[in-house]
Each structure stands twice: as C-alpha cells, then as structure tokens.
Design a protein around this ligand. Structure first.
Ligand code: NAD
Ligand code: UD1
Length: 337
C-alpha cells in the first residue's frame, strides 16, 4: 500500500525539493506549512512538476489543536520535519523565538505523533552542530557544540530525539546533518529565493548575477585554504532531497534509526563557487575582498562514509550543476513565483 508522509515546512527550499523526490519514489505526501518563509504558489509549481495535485494544509507547528486535527484527518506512516527558523544572525537577535519554533515545534510534532502512534521521523539537522574545534572531514561521532542560538536549537533537538527514542523504542528517527544545500530543481520552477538580503553564499551570488547587487563581498582571503577563501561542502538540493527518501526507506522498511551527514564529502572555496557561477551566467562576476565574517571557520566538509554505508547515499550532481540550476531558477521560475 502507498505510504503517506507528513512534510512539515514542505513549501520551503529543501522541503519542496524533497516533495518532488518523495512523489517520484511513490509516496503520498501531505504538506504542512505556515507560509512564514514560503509562498502558496509553490503548491502549483509542485503540481506542475509532479503532474499530481498537491495536498497542502496551512497551519503552524506551534498550534497543537491544528496538529491533532491533522493527525486525525490523515493516517501517516512517517513525518519529515523541515519547518523551522534558520537564519543564524536573526537567531542571535531573537533567541527565544528560535527556541519556541525549533525546539517547542519539534516537541509538538513528537507529541502529536505519539498520540497517533506514528513512529518514524526524519529530522533536518545541520553541520552547525559540530564543535568548531573539529578538523574536517567531520565524522558523526565527533564533538558537538554551538556558537549561536540557531545551532543551540539544532543540537537541543538532536538531544530531545535521543531521549524520546530511549523512552519509546518503537520510535525510529533519521537525523540528517545537512552541509551546504545549493542549486535548484532542473525544471527551474522551484528554488531558493529569500525575502531578505541573503547571508548564504549561493543566493547572494545569484543576486549579483542578475544585477540586483553590484558585487560579492568575499569574507576573507587569508584563511589557510588553497586560495585563502572559506571552503564549504556544497551539496545539490536535489541530491539532498534523495537522501530523505533513503532515510525514510531505512526507517520504514528496515526499522532502523540513524544519524548521518548529508554532504558531497569535498569542499569548494568561495572563489571556486564564484568562478563556476560566472561560467553559468556567462560573465565574470565582480567581487571585493572584505575582512573575515565573525564566527566563520576556514573549512568545513563532511565525512560521507556513514551515509553511504547506512543509507547507500551518493550524489550525482557537482558544483557546475548547482550553479547552472540556480541560474536557470533565478532567471526563469523565481521571477513570477
Ligand atoms: P525554509 O525557510 O525555506 O523552509 C522552512 C519552511 O518551514 C518554510 O516554508 C516556512 O514557511 C515553514 N515554517 C517555518 N516556521 C513554521 C511554523 N512555525 N509552522 C509551520 N511551518 C513553518 O528553510 P530550508 O532551507 O528549506 O530549511 C529546512 C530545514 O532544514 C530547517 O529546519 C533548517 O534549519 C534546516 N537546515 C537548512 C539548511 C540550509 O542551508 N538551508 C542547512 C541545515 C539545516
Ligand atoms: C552558514 C551559517 C551556518 C549554517 C549554514 C547553512 C554563519 C556563521 N553560519 O554557514 O550556521 O548552518 O550557513 O545555512 O552564518 N561567504 C562570502 N560572502 C557572502 C556569503 C558567504 O564570502 O556574501 C562565504 C563565507 O565566509 C563562507 C562561505 O561563503 O566561507 C559559505 O557561507 P554560507 O553560505 O553563509 O555558509 P556557512 O558559512 O557554511
């Protein structure tokens, strides 16, 4: 029988791409989102990509009666929980809001699942939970830590899940530590398009590419890296989305909890990303070197062995694919979204 999945935050950047991967894998999906960082038009785009109507419920994960209603309206086999707040800078200004949405929100989801005897959860964690003292490649058994309220909420959520599983052995969880998601669906119909000035590299470069910003500010070129600029593990969002299908399969078919990194297992520098994007958009993109950004580290990339062993996870898209698809999205689908 077709398995039904609840996707919280399913109209957002990673959630929408995961929706596409889940439908392609034969899952029946219900999206819950409060539209705080996404648009209703994504529903139509998802229908266009998949050729099937989208089931969308507008609700907030802090609204417990709405969650109870949702779990009584549908029989879910599993939940993938993306809904949350993710801006590091904003989390420093509004730590309590981040704790309420990210931490209380997760507890609400777990309680609603427990009441409805739903026992499989995939959770969006982040490479931000690794302590900054670690040296890359980062392995899942390395020291954790946090340097800002956002990171604190992700680490706390991981610990809450550990406790919840310890108390209820039927509960199985897939904790996925994402590295740096980038790029967009090949259709150009969905992608990342933040409302505010982007902090992250790829969305910022894409705005330089369309002429909205004059140049990229490169935060430091004196790091101990091959070209002196920061190195990160960028992973195509469609590869990341496939990782969720594999995680779900492990929970539902093999009844196995897991905690894994989702990255490509190699780093690219800021200049490599800028050069690849310049190739994608067909012109040399301007930049200026600025002082280092507070809180940044020189390099960060994943050890991907566990994801390969436990989930069979591999990636099929490279940096050029990320830049090409981002450029395709920002010049087509993003315009009238
Ligand atoms: P996003 O903001 O695009 O998507 C999140 C979605 O959740 C949005 O559609 C938003 O409207 C919804 N949402 C927010 N608060 C909600 C609430 N209270 N109730 C219901 N819906 C709510 O973000 P994303 O990049 O797709 O990230 C998804 C998850 O992955 C987040 O938990 C984020 O912390 C995590 N993550 C993201 C990255 C990244 O670089 N994008 C990296 C690591 C982890
Ligand atoms: C940031 C967050 C991290 C979060 C991750 C994914 C901070 C300090 N860290 O990390 O918690 O998990 O995003 O959402 O905000 N860069 C520039 N110019 C720019 C933007 C970025 O040079 O305008 C550089 C950065 O210095 C870094 C690299 O590009 O070397 C990637 O930056 P970014 O996309 O913000 O990701 P992270 O630094 O990995």
């Amino acid at each position: 029988m077709t398995k039904r999945i609840l996707l919280t935050g399913g109209l957002g950047y990673i959630g929408s791409h995961t929706y596409v991967a889940l439908v392609a894998a034969g899952y029946d999906v219900v999206i819950l989102d409060n539209l705080s960082n996404s648009k209703r038009s994504v529903c139509d785009r998802l229908a266009q990509i998949t050729g099937r109507d989208t089931t969308f419920v507008q609700a907030d994960i802090l609204d417990e009666p709405a969650l109870a209603q949702l779990f009584s309206d549908y029989d879910f086999d599993a939940v993938i929980h993306f809904a949350g707040l993710k801006a590091v800078g904003e989390s420093v200004e509004k730590p309590l809001e981040y704790m309420q949405v990210n931490v209380t929100g997760l507890v609400n989801i777990l309680q609603a699942m427990q009441a409805a005897s739903v026992n499989a959860l995939v959770f969006s964690s982040s490479a931000t939970v690794y302590d900054v003292s670690n040296t890359s490649p980062l392995r899942e058994d390395m020291q954790t830590g946090f340097t800002n309220p956002y990171g604190y909420t992700k680490l706390t959520c991981e610990q809450i899940l550990e406790q919840a599983v310890a108390a209820n052995p039927s509960l199985k969880t897939g904790v996925l530590r994402y590295f740096n998601p980038a790029g967009a669906d090949v259709s150009g119909l969905i992608g990342e398009d933040p409302n505010d000035i982007p902090n992250n590299l790829m969305p910022y470069i894409s705005r330089v590419a369309i002429g909205e910003y004059e140049f990229l500010r490169v935060w430091g070129d004196d790091y101990d890296t091959p070209d002196g600029t920061g190195v990160r593990d960028y992973i195509h969002v469609s590869d990341l989305a496939n990782g969720h299908v594999l995680s779900l399969n492990a929970l539902l078919d093999r009844d196995e909890s897991h905690l894994v990194n989702l990255g490509r297992g190699r780093g690219y520098s800021v200049m490599q990303v800028l050069n690849s994007y310049s190739r994608a958009c067909g012109r040399e993109l301007p930049y200026q070197v600025m002082p280092r950004r507070a809180g940044d580290i020189a390099e960060m990339y994943a050890d991907v062995e566990r994801a390969k062993q436990v989930l069979g996870f591999t990636v099929s898209r490279d940096l050029d694919d990320m830049c090409d698809s981002s450029w395709n999205w920002i010049t087509t689908g993003a315009k009238d979204a």
